[in-house]
Write a protein that binds this ligand. Structure first.
Ligand code: UDP
Length: 347
C-alpha cells in the first residue's frame, strides 16, 4: 500500500536525506559539470525567467543562443542582450524541430507558457511544447553531448495532500481538468527526460519551479503578483479569487536563477524543488501589496478558477543539501523591487 508520498506505508523513513533519494538523483559518474565559460542554448530564453537566465549566463562570460517563438516571451525582455558579443537569438518554435550548429555544452529548456491565463488560452501548443518541444531539446543535447536541464513545475504536485511538498511526493493532478494541459505536459516532460537518462544515457537536470515573480512580469499575464501590483498602481481593487485562503510561496526571480545555475553546475539529476518556502495566503499577499503601494482601492472577491490548488509550499531540503542553495530575498523586498519596475510600465 503506497502512502500519499509514494512511499510504502509502515516503512520507516531512512535517517540520511541522501538515502531517500531515488536512484536517478544520485550523482552519476558520467555526469558532466559544465563550467563557465561555456555555450548554452536557452529555449524560452525571451520569457520571464529565461531572460534572466540568459543574462546571468552572459554576465559570467558564457555564449548564449536564445531560441523563442515569442508566444509569451518578448524581444523587449532580451533587448539589453541583443548586441552583446556571444549572445544570439532566433525566433523559432521548438515543437517543429531544433537544430543549433556548433559546440553546445548545455541545453536549457524553459519553453512553455507558464501563467494560467497564457496556457489556458493556448492549451494544445502548451501540450506540444512540453512533449515535442522537450523531445527536440533532449535530442539536440544528445547530439551535441550537452547537459540538458528541464524547468518543470510545482504544478506536477497538483492540489497537494502533502505539505510542504517534497520531491518524493507524486502529486494529485486532475488529468483532464483545465490546468492539465500544463501540468500533464510538464509531467510528460519529466518522464521523457528521465527515460532519456535511463535509456540513452542523457546527462539531465530537472528543476521544479515554484511561483516566481520579479521585474519583467507582464502586467497582463494574469498572475497574482502581476495582477495585484498592476491593480494597486492603477487605482483598481485587487481581485482576490475565492476567499483568498489558498496559499502560494513566491520566489524572487534572482533567487530562482541562482537555484537553476546551481542545479546545472551540480552532478544532480533531480528533480529538485527551486522555490521560496515563505508561504502566504492570497488574501495576505493582497494586504501586503496594499500596504506597500498605499492604494486605497481595496479588494474585490471573484470566483475561484477551477482546480486552483489550495496550498503550495516547497520543501527545499534537497536543494539546500545537494546544491547549497536557498532563496535570500524576502517577499516584502521582492515585492518592493517588482513594484518599482511595474510603476515604470503602467505609468
Ligand atoms: N489569484 C488571485 N487573483 C488574481 C490572480 C490570481 O486571487 O488576480 C490567485 C489564484 O486563484 C491562485 C493564486 O492567486 O490561487 C496564484 O495564481 P497565479 O495565476 O499567479 O499562479 P498559479 O500558482 O495558480 O499557477
Amino acid at each position: 500500500m503506497l502512502g500519499s508520498a509514494g512511499r510504502e506505508e509502515g516503512v520507516p523513513v531512512p535517517e540520511s536525506p541522501l538515502s531517500i533519494l531515488p536512484a536517478v538523483f544520485a550523482e552519476s559518474p558520467l555526469s558532466v559539470f559544465p563550467e563557465s565559460p561555456m555555450r548554452a542554448v536557452v529555449a524560452g530564453g525571451a520569457g520571464f525567467i529565461g531572460s534572466y537566465l540568459c543574462t546571468a549566463l552572459a554576465d559570467r562570460g558564457d555564449e548564449v543562443h536564445c531560441v523563442d517563438d515569442l508566444s509569451s516571451g518578448s524581444e523587449e525582455n532580451i533587448a539589453h542582450l541583443i548586441d552583446r558579443p556571444g549572445f544570439s537569438f532566433s525566433r523559432h518554435d521548438i515543437t517543429v524541430g531544433l537544430d543549433v550548429p556548433g559546440t553546445i555544452d548545455a541545453v536549457l529548456d524553459l519553453a512553455s507558457p507558464a501563467s494560467p491565463k497564457d496556457y489556458l488560452a493556448r492549451p494544445i501548443p502548451t501540450l506540444e511544447v512540453g512533449s515535442a518541444g522537450t523531445r527536440n531539446c533532449l535530442e539536440l543535447a544528445e547530439k551535441a553531448g550537452a547537459v540538458f536541464l528541464l524547468t518543470s513545475t510545482s504544478e506536477v504536485y497538483g492540489d497537494p495532500e502533502v505539505h510542504p511538498q517534497p520531491e518524493s511526493y507524486w502529486g494529485r493532478v486532475n488529468p483532464i481538468g483545465i490546468r492539465s494541459v500544463y501540468d500533464e505536459a510538464k509531467r510528460y516532460a519529466e518522464a521523457l527526460t528521465f527515460a532519456f537518462q535511463r535509456d540513452r544515457g542523457a546527462d539531465v537536470r530537472v528543476a521544479r519551479i515554484f511561483n516566481t515573480y520579479g521585474p519583467r512580469l507582464r502586467p497582463s499575464d494574469g498572475r497574482v503578483v502581476s495582477n495585484f501590483l498592476d491593480q494597486a498602481l492603477t487605482g483598481r481593487p485587487l481581485s482576490v479569487y475565492g476567499d483568498g485562503s489558498q496559499t502560494r510561496s513566491l520566489c524572487f526571480v534572482d533567487d530562482q536563477v541562482a537555484g537553476l545555475l546551481a542545479l546545472l553546475a551540480s552532478g544532480c539529476s533531480g528533480p529538485v524543488n527551486i522555490g521560496n518556502p515563505e508561504e502566504v495566503t492570497v488574501l495576505e499577499l493582497a494586504e501586503r501589496v496594499i500596504a506597500l503601494t498605499g492604494t486605497s482601492s481595496g479588494i474585490v472577491f471573484e470566483p475561484l478558477p477551477a482546480d486552483d490548488p489550495t496550498r503550495r509550499c516547497p520543501d527545499i531540503s534537497r536543494a539546500r543539501e545537494m546544491l547549497g542553495w536557498e532563496p535570500r530575498i524576502p517577499l516584502d523586498e521582492g515585492l518592493a523591487r517588482t513594484a518599482e519596475w511595474m510603476k515604470t510600465i503602467v505609468a
